[in-house]
Ligand binder design. Structure first.
Ligand code: NAX
Length: 328
């Protein structure tokens, strides 16, 4: 029988944690044949709530779940960790400046990056979900100098899945018929969901839709502002869909993209497509066995280029801000 994989989840007592943990334990992260041990990291005041979630996990009697450890200690949380899902973050509160938000999150992701560096297993893979996800990923990666940068990623898969769903609706296709969609840039309202290389049932999506007004005034803003629309409707931010996207992200990273298709991941830029090296930006990537490669050679016309550049400019300003704070 296989040795269990150690999966660390931060912010385990939060909303996303409550959706995520049960599905990890059910085998939806790594597959139906991979046993897991969960490490739940929380801040001290939320440990009791995390214990409540752990009691419910016990009560599910999941065959793949081989242990749960709950802690507020970074070393314990990341010791021997193989997969780390960094979900807990400092949310933006009313009146908070972006600098304050970045600084508060630096206080979380800098020590977590360091702890991953010092204690995680050699094969560690990290997904940052907590916002601002790209820049939090940059902070974590920068503070883990001994871990290859390619092990760190930030989540834009929810945006990717939202774009797939909207495109399917518009074209009347099934989501399974949609491929080669890309989210470029930051997981924020500046992100650029790109359908110019996407396919619907093998046909070019932009040509099939042939509706520039829908693309500009409906599709792009709907995808980019979906998080706000969910809050407006539900009174709470996206949780089950975010958890589902996190599972998709990690599963695709390990199990690979389908032949000819790709996915979207926030990753440390190697300079491809003019995105400054070192920024954590979303790209089209193919994946296999826990590694990824940026899809090269896609043409970006003026419309796409302008949008990619705008989102990347936002990432540059976030990076400059955290650099000033000594976080990267
Ligand atoms: P919640 O506020 O419900 O839960 C966050 C949890 O993190 C809390 O239990 C809190 O105690 C814990 N936490 C705070 N600081 C911590 C620390 N230093 N160590 C460990 N745990 C800590 O938020 P939830 O709805 O679960 O969302 C979590 C994060 O995901 C937020 O930052 C949110 O903005 C972000 N999201 C990112 C998405 C993406 O696509 N990348 C989409 C969904 C979501 O909005």
């Amino acid at each position: 029988t296989r040795t269990p994989v150690n999966v660390t989840v931060t912010g385990a007592a939060g909303q996303i944690g409550y959706s995520l943990l049960f599905r990890i334990a059910a085998g939806h992260l790594l597959g139906p044949d991979v046993p897991v041990k969960l490490r739940l990291l929380e801040i001290t005041p939320a440990l009791k709530a995390a214990e409540g979630t752990a009691m419910e996990l016990d009560d599910c009697a999941f065959p793949l779940l081989r242990g749960i450890e709950i802690t507020d200690d970074l070393k314990t949380a990341f010791d021997g960790s193989n997969v780390a899902l960094l979900v807990g973050a400092m949310p933006r509160k009313a009146g908070m400046e972006r600098g304050d938000l970045l600084s508060a999150n630096g206080g979380i992701f800098k020590p977590q990056g360091r702890a991953i560096n010092d204690h995680a297993a050699d094969d560690i893979r990290v997904l940052v979900v907590g916002n601002p996800a790209n820049t939090n990923g940059l902070i974590a990666a920068s503070n883990a100098p001994d871990v290859p940068k390619t092990r760190f990623s930030a989540m834009t898969r929810l945006d990717h899945n939202r774009a797939v769903a909207q495109l399917a609706k518009k074209t009347g296709a099934a989501v399974t018929e949609i491929s080669n969609l890309t989210i470029w840039g930051n997981h924020s309202a500046t992100q650029y969901p790109d359908i110019f290389h996407a396919k619907v049932g093998g046909k070019n999506a932009a040509e099939l839709v042939n509706d520039q007004a829908w693309l500009e005034n409906d599709f792009i803003p709907t995808v980019a502002k979906r998080g706000a629309a969910i809050i407006e409707a539900r009174g709470l931010s996206s949780a089950a869909s975010a958890a589902s996207a996190a599972l998709d992200h990690v599963r695709t990273w390990f199990h690979g993209t389908a032949e000819g298709d790709w996915t979207s991941m926030g990753i440390v830029s190697d300079g491809s497509y003019g995105v400054p090296e070192g920024l954590v930006s979303s790209f089209p990537v193919t994946t296999k066995d826990g590694d990824y490669q940026i899809v090269q050679g896609l043409e970006l016309d003026a419309f796409s280029r302008e949008r990619v550049d705008a989102s990347v400019a936002e990432l540059v300003s976030e990076r400059d801000e955290v650099a000033k704070l000594g976080l990267v």
